[in-house]
Design a binder for this molecule. Structure first.
Ligand code: R5P
Length: 293
């Protein structure tokens, strides 16, 4: 309780200095509530407006993925270089120290394995659990054009509805069936539907032709999914093009943790995303750091 006996008269009103009203740095996010913005600002670096998300949630449908057999050994050393970890509650509770300063994006959809139809998901984590785990966003897979398109969209919209009550953003993850065409037209459709239905940001794949139209027609930030492992220089080039063409960063998994030198690779990805480093220079950095071990 402050001492109330000798209250000094307040004087420093600075009436000649208008209070600043700053816009929020993220595309399409200025009308969100404080808690939502604060969580998004823990995922996206307010200095660059971009993020390096490290995706390690693959086990939720495919078990011990190459590079993620022992997350404690292979992924914990990468954590300092990520802005955000995207993972399941199982790995969060068992492997990630609660003392981590990193923001958490929790995979909340699930229910099928690689042995079955992947689009047949439900919401696998409830809202209380997300609050208990102090997550900064919830990630839901959306299968536009997939067998269970409708159910996956409802998974996303119900997550948006519940998250909005508590100030927790929703990341829509666009999932593409094996036999579907991955082009800008498809991703414009998928990302725009997710944004129109309330997703706060969207993860989607890079396409060589027209990725800028995917970003331009989506009113919320897009983060680029890494996809299957490719050569390091190619992955850095893809990340470079994605951010040049409008993505607000990457949500990369295999191209980091399956790299020959994952710690070097994540630092090279950071250089591209946060410093606009060219692919050639980022690759030089990768090789230098790789040699240093
Ligand atoms: C897949 O469903 C998961 O959401 C992964 O997080 C996603 O595929 C990103 O990882 P990668 O860069 O390995 O494609």
């Amino acid at each position: 309780m402050p001492d109330v006996d000798e209250i000094k008269e307040a004087k420093h009103f600075c009436a000649d200095i208008p209070q600043k009203t700053e816009g929020f740095f993220l595309k399409g996010s200025d009308s969100l509530d404080w808690g939502m913005k604060n969580r998004l600002a823990r995922i996206f670096n307010p200095g660059t407006g971009r993020t390096v998300m490290l995706a390690i949630d693959h086990g939720y449908f495919q078990g011990p993925t190459t590079g993620l057999e022992r997350i404690d050994l292979s992924v914990l050393p990468l954590v300092p270089y990520a802005d955000t970890l995207m993972l399941t509650r199982g790995i969060l509770r068992t492997i990630i120290p609660p003392s981590t300063p990193k923001s958490i994006v929790l995979r909340v959809s699930g229910g099928t394995s690689i042995l079955k139809e992947l689009s047949n998901e439900e919401i696998a984590v409830d809202m209380e659990e997300c609050i208990r785990l102090n997550v900064c966003a919830m990630a839901v897979q959306v299968f536009i054009g997939g067998e269970h398109e409708r159910e996956s969209i409802i998974n996303m919209t119900s997550t948006v509805n519940h998250g909005t009550r508590y100030g927790i953003p929703t990341l829509a993850v666009t999932a593409v069936g094996k036999d579907m065409v991955r082009d800008a037209r498809y991703f414009r459709l998928a990302t725009r539907i997710c944004a129109e239905l309330g997703a706060h940001y969207i993860k989607t794949y890079y396409v060589e032709k027209g990725f800028e139209t995917v970003c331009a027609s989506c009113p919320v930030p897009i983060v680029m999914a890494g996809g299957k492992k490719i050569a390091e220089l190619d992955a850095l080039t893809m990340a470079y093009r994605a951010v040049e063409e409008g993505a607000a960063g990457v949500d990369m998994g295999r191209n980091i943790f399956q790299s020959e030198a994952p710690i070097a690779m994540i630092q090279a990805v950071r250089a591209v995303v946060h410093r606009n480093e060219s692919p050639a220079k980022a690759y030089d950095l990768y090789q230098t750091l790789k040699k240093q071990g």
